[in-house]
Design a protein around this ligand. Structure first.
Ligand code: ATP
Length: 598
């Protein structure tokens, strides 16, 4: 009873798959089409080389009948010279076809990679929040590489194999329809075998790519969090987890390769079968004088030429399926909705004073539970606001909304009186600088890392900012001063020094609004004092929002916003809040004070 239902579902699935594959191929074509001219040249070369490879055996067959069987030597050398010419031209045309195709492939892959990388930058922060870095990197590296290899060889192989097949069948039919029929007897077997195999391989290849992406994500996570792994002695658990992922990948890879490995074996068997049939039936026909020995030789050679392209097509089919699986994953990223475009008529602000207003702002990440619930407050230019509250209270979310990484679901945020939605995101962020807990430094010189805050800053500006940020003296002690190259993510300098560089970077940007997420890590007292002093200089005259952990920062803030469960429950100065003996009072006595003491 279940069987028919099952097979109907399978057919629907296959139809959908075929539709998806055609869709993916169409999208690939949109990337290939700018290279149309070169593609035409490649196809021309493929046609020439396919004709030449068909011509060779035909000339050999004719030579056997005309010269060898009849033992005539006149013209024999001419035939040899002709064969030399055919095979030399074949070499040249095959060289040109692959040289031009590689050119087309590399240009196309370059365009896809470029577009994908650009697209990554247009995606909203929420996209990155939900995904592993390594898995995304796998798409831009592995999947694209997979496509590149397919472009390099598959297109040529598919065209050349198809042409050779059609050409061989035509010549065979012309020479002997009966022997052609015998040769073609194996084709239905090939079709059935291939269908059986490819139905199984595509699923497995997709699974293999997915597992590879997942494993890359895991590796990336473990390598970047290696310190934490060691600190918590989690090596065993991590290795076990890797073992599980590796095992899944091995299984997926094993079945994908095993099924696809059946193809050449099947082809080989059918090849030999058709060879035997030609020899047997051809021999009988020759004995009866119906065909010549030369024709049998041509058929035997064509049978090889005939199954080889089929074999190639089958192999290429696998490569193509695997590349299509990769392409699907790449296009999946292209289909992700970009960060909302700036509203039409959105303005750019050359200068902002730094007045910030939240007006009944409500926001939820998952559209189920509100992270920010009806938050309203107003901050004057130059004011320093400390955000305090227990973990998950919504402090970071408020700052993310301010920088328009997300927009409120309800309510408004005004900057200098303009609704933040009416300001271009880039323009708004250009007036802000961030000094976050985990300072991200890029691979490059110290100078370039500071200059990241303002790309056109002069060397003098960079050094002035570093001096203000108390970073100059440690930079000068480094072997190459400002030209010292930092390893990826600032490896090679201390946590405190990284923070000083982050302050210098913000300083050079000269923002009107500063967003600080104070680091909680323990830093020696001298560096801590340097950071404190640098921050005070940086904050002066700017509107500052600080997720505060240091008592000192909180006490010095013009205003403290106390958050709990997404709501502002109290606000005021340190003294006034203590006097009120409310939530802040408890927080101060039970948490903030202790943290400071420790
Ligand atoms: N990217 C996200 N996707 C879904 N929910 C999120 C996301 N980021 C934060 N949240 C949720 O939103 C709420 C507020 O989080 P938020 O990070 O703003 O708190 P916080 O006060 O900054 O906490 P902490 O002091 O621990 O950094 C929490 O319930 C949190 O789980």
């Amino acid at each position: 009873m279940l069987r028919p239902r099952h097979s109907t579902m399978a057919t629907v699935g296959q139809k959908q798959q075929a539709k998806d594959n055609i869709g993916t191929l169409k999208r690939l074509w949109s990337f290939l089409s700018p290279q149309k001219g070169w593609l035409i040249a490649v196809v021309a070369m493929v046609i020439i080389s396919s004709c030449l490879s068909l011509l060779g055996p035909y000339v050999v067959g004719r030579a056997i009948d005309a010269y060898i069987v009849t033992k005539r030597m006149d013209g024999f050398f001419l035939v040899v010279a002709l064969l030399l010419f055919i095979y030399a031209s074949l070499s040249v045309s095959t060289f040109l076809q692959s040289y031009w195709m590689i050119r087309v492939a590399q240009k196309t892959i370059y365009a896809i990679r470029q577009q994908l990388f650009r697209h990554f930058h247009e995606l909203p922060i929420s996209f990155f929040d939900k995904r592993q870095q390594g898995e995304l990197m796998s798409r831009i590296t592995n999947d694209i590489e997979n496509m590149s290899q397919t472009f390099n060889s598959t297109v040529i192989q598919v065209i050349s194999s198809t042409l050779t097949l059609v050409g061989a069948i035509c010549v065979m039919l012309w020479l002997s329809p009966l022997l052609t029929f015998v040769t073609l007897l194996v084709v239905p077997l090939m079709y059935i075998g291939m269908r059986w195999i490819t139905n199984r391989t595509q699923k497995r290849f997709r699974e293999q790519q997915r597992c590879l992406g997942e494993m890359n994500g895991f590796i990336e996570e473990v390598i970047s969090g290696q310190k934490i792994v060691k600190m918590f002695a989690q090596e065993r658990r991590v290795i076990d987890e890797f073992l599980r992922k590796n095992e899944t990948l091995k299984q997926a890879g094993f079945w994908a390769q095993t099924y696809s490995g059946f193809i050449p074996k099947l082809m080989n068997f059918l090849n030999n079968l058709s060879f035997a049939l030609i020899a047997g039936v051809g021999g009988i026909l020759a004995l009866k004088g119906m065909i010549s020995i030369g024709v049998i030789v041509v058929f035997a050679e064509y049978a090889r030429q005939f199954t080889r392209p089929l074999n190639d097509l089958a192999n290429q089919w696998n490569t193509l399926l695997s590349a299509l699986a990769g392409a699907e994953r790449v296009f999946e990223i292209f289909d992700m909705e970009k960060e909302e475009q700036d509203e039409t008529g959105a303005i750019s602000l050359d200068y902002i004073q730094g007045k910030v207003e939240f007006d009944h702002v409500v926001f939820s990440y998952d559209k189920k539970q509100d992270a920010i619930r009806d938050v309203s407050f107003s901050v004057s230019p130059g004011e320093t606001v400390a955000l305090v509250g227990p973990t998950g209270a919504g402090k970071t979310t408020i700052l993310q909304l301010l920088a328009r990484f997300y927009d409120p679901d309800r309510g408004h945020i005004f900057i200098d009186g303009h609704d933040s939605r009416s300001i271009k995101r880039a323009s708004l962020r250009a007036h802000m600088a961030f000094v976050l807990q985990d300072t991200f430094l890029f691979e490059g010189t110290i100078r370039d890392n500071i200059r990241y805050g303002k790309l056109d800053a002069s060397d003098e500006e960079v050094e002035r900012a570093a001096k203000w940020a108390n970073a100059h003296s440690f930079i000068m002690k480094l072997p190459n001063g400002y030209d010292t190259v930092l390893k990826q993510d600032g490896g090679g300098i201390s946590q405190g020094q990284r923070q000083l560089l982050a302050i210098a970077r913000a300083m050079v940007a000269n923002p009107s609004i500063l967003i600080l997420d104070e680091a909680t890590s323990n830093i020696d007292t001298v560096t801590e004092m340097k950071i404190q002093e640098a921050l005070e200089r940086l904050m002066k005259g700017r509107t500052c929002f600080v997720i505060a952990h240091r008592l000192n920062t909180i006490q010095n803030a013009d205003r403290i916003l106390v958050l709990n469960e997404g709501k502002i429950i109290e606000q005021g100065t340190h003294e006034s809040l203590l006097e009120a003996k409310g939530f802040y009072y408890d927080l101060y006595h039970h948490h903030l004070q202790k943290e400071e003491v420790s």
